[in-house]
Design a protein around this ligand. Structure first.
Ligand SMILES: Nc1ncnc2c1ncn2[C@@H]1O[C@H](COP(=O)(O)OP(=O)(O)OP(=O)(O)O)[C@@H](O)[C@H]1O
Ligand SMILES: [Mg+2]
Length: 265
């Protein structure tokens, strides 16, 4: 029903310095079914953020189309929620002012807004932090706020660009668990971009490894680890042999791509 479909998607930029055409993405095709969790991995410059920004409706593709639930996407919309790397919150506003931002835009009644904000703060583990300003929170807590701010609007699709990129290893692992929990609880469609091979393999039931110039999907994996992560320790999963085998394969693939890019540069 609410499938996200990218059809023959291409994006060509002009390099502002040289005037040369940059094929950021070329002929991307995939369908993400409702409730699927997709992670996207690839070397710097392979078009990950461009792809996400097009699905968010921030930029229009030079060719191709994107559909959500059969409806053509041609701009931003509340049915697609975003979570960015740290720094996208309003620093001087409180946690609840940040989380209720979208609800205020929608003119949600105050009592209902309060109820929703409290519900989501509780779910992401920030009960009691309603009146704390963002700048007083740790990085991990700020990303919990970012997740609550997205989820409170009940989007069909959640788009995340390196959401855990700025966190230390331990906080990051806790947040990976939270993302899996939220995925299970809400049944939302999630697309997450990450630079971490381990994180991509752990979180994605589908994983796209992208390659650059032109930006494209090099290989797709279907993986069991996100399902397992719902009831097994993430630490244990990361140590098992099946996980290591996929990690080595993906690392080698990305390493080879980086070598090729360096060779060409
Ligand atoms: N607005 C723009 N104008 C010109 N070129 C752009 C623009 N945005 C992106 N590009 C180019 O498109 C390509 C893909 O960029 P993109 O930011 O999508 O890569 P990425 O995979 O997200 O990289 P990273 O892992 O470093 O975040 C790059 O070559 C980049 O320089
Ligand atoms: Mg990027």
């Amino acid at each position: 029903m609410n499938d996200l479909k990218c059809k023959n998607l291409s994006m060509t930029f002009t390099n502002p310095q040289t005037g040369a055409a940059v094929e950021a993405l070329k002929d991307i095709n995939f369908t993400l079914k409702k409730g699927e969790l997709l992670s996207v991995l690839g070397p710097s410059g392979c078009g990950k953020t461009t792809l996400l920004n097009m699905i968010a409706g921030f930029i229009n593709p030079t060719a191709g189309e994107i559909f959500l639930g059969g409806k053509n996407i041609d701009g931003p919309g509340v049915e697609r929620g975003m979570v960015f790397q740290q720094g996208a919150l309003f620093e001087w506003l409180t946690v609840s002012e940040n989380v209720s931002y979208g609800l205020r835009m929608k003119k949600t009644e105050k009592k209902e807004s309060q109820r929703l904000v409290e519900k989501w703060l509780d779910i992401v583990g920030l009960k009691g932090f309603d009146n704390t300003p963002i700048y007083q929170l740790s990085g991990g807590m700020q990303q919990r706020v970012a997740l609550a701010r997205c989820l409170v609007n009940d989007p069909d699709v959640i788009l995340m660009d390196e959401p855990l990129g700025a966190l230390d290893a331990l906080t990051r692992e806790k947040m990976q668990s939270l993302i899996l929990e939220l995925w299970k609880e809400t049944g939302k469609t999630i697309m997450i971009i990450t630079h971490s091979v381990e994180e991509a393999i752990l979180l994605g039931e589908r994983l796209f490894v992208m390659a650059p110039r032109p930006g494209r999907i090099q290989k797709e994996y279907n993986l069991p680890f996100s399902q397992r992560g719902l009831h097994e320790s993430l630490r244990a999963i990361k140590q098992d042999s099946e996980f290591s085998k996929v990690r080595e394969e993906v690392l080698t693939m990305i390493w080879d791509m980086e070598e090729e890019i360096m060779g060409r540069a």
